[in-house]
Design a protein. Structure first.
Length: 286
């Protein structure tokens, strides 16, 4: 099959199954996984179930008194490149609940927007990754790509469990490149890509070329490329593991991340799944 056949089939699958994807996304949003609360434990279980359901081998690693990190592997046994994907399932605390137009954990759609804490930061990104795996697996009739997943549960508190996890699992985490899929679109609703302030990731690298192709495929334009300060997870993956990394994502630029009425539009969520699908495809299979 050609590139276009595979991506066309994956995109077709996304359209056919999109209502279910939205419902599953809402199930995830309804678990109040506010950082530092018991909700993260419940949410880690749901993330584990979603990952297992799309064929990912999952281990939930827990460091005492810290939020579980959900680690996953998809290894089809081929020699292809391995891509490490990072996201998080904890959400920022909610204040001023009375100012929200809806309960922040009810996840209702209002005027084409899903409103809930965690929609843009970062459960929309997380679901986009998982549904990308499901859609690509369908298009390739099996487990298609070498992928690893690190899904944190305390990112909103500065990822205190991540250094020890990375320290103890260096071998397991080896990969050719990483995408920290935990960001919003740029102000003109096109993807933003951060390569970090310092090298080593350069625009010539295959991971950057893959994300540029993915952006063109889904949003019809090249992404905005930045060299900004790395988030802590990106710093750890890039510097401690030495993996070429970039950060990007499909959250809503106007999504009020960390604020009242956090949201993502239905279209942004759909395009996010396609963006993740294309990025994984172009990096691992082309
Ligand atoms: Zn985040």
């Amino acid at each position: 099959m050609s590139t276009n056949d595979i991506l066309d089939q994956a995109f077709h699958y996304i359209h056919e199954n999109f209502n279910r994807f939205v419902n599953e996304f809402k199930d995830l949003l309804r678990v109040p996984s506010i950082v530092g609360t018991h909700g993260v434990v419940e949410c880690a279980k749901m993330v584990e179930e979603f990952m297992t359901s799309v064929g990912i081998n999952v281990e939930v690693s827990s460091i005492e008194h810290k939020a579980p990190i959900v680690f996953g592997r998809l290894e089809p046994g081929s020699d292809g490149k391995t891509l490490l994907l990072y996201c998080h399932y904890d959400v920022y605390p909610v204040s001023n609940v009375h100012k929200w137009i809806n309960d922040p954990f009810k996840a209702e759609t209002v005027n084409g927007k899903i409103i809930a804490r965690g929609t843009s930061d970062s459960k929309g990104n997380l679901m986009a990754l998982l549904k990308a795996v499901e859609s690509l697996s369908f298009a390739l009739k099996g487990r298609p790509c070498c992928l690893k997943f690190v899904i944190g549960g305390d990112e909103e508190a500065g990822s205190p469990s991540l250094p020890q996890f990375i320290e103890e699992n260096q071998g397991k985490l080896s990969a050719n490149a990483a995408i920290i899929f935990d960001a919003t679109l740029d102000e003109d609703n096109t993807p933003a890509v951060n390569l970090g302030r310092e090298k080593p990731t350069s625009t010539e690298d295959d991971i950057v070329q893959a994300i540029i192709k993915a952006s063109k495929t889904v949003y019809g334009t090249v992404p905005k490329i930045y060299r900004s300060v790395m988030t802590y997870p990106m710093y750890l993956i890039s510097k401690k593991l030495g993996i070429k990394s970039l950060s990007t994502g499909c959250g809503s630029f106007n999504g009020n991340t960390h604020s009242i009425n956090e949201c993502i539009t239905i279209d942004e969520f759909r395009n996010g799944i396609k963006y993740a699908t294309s990025a994984i495809y172009f990096y691992t299979l082309e």
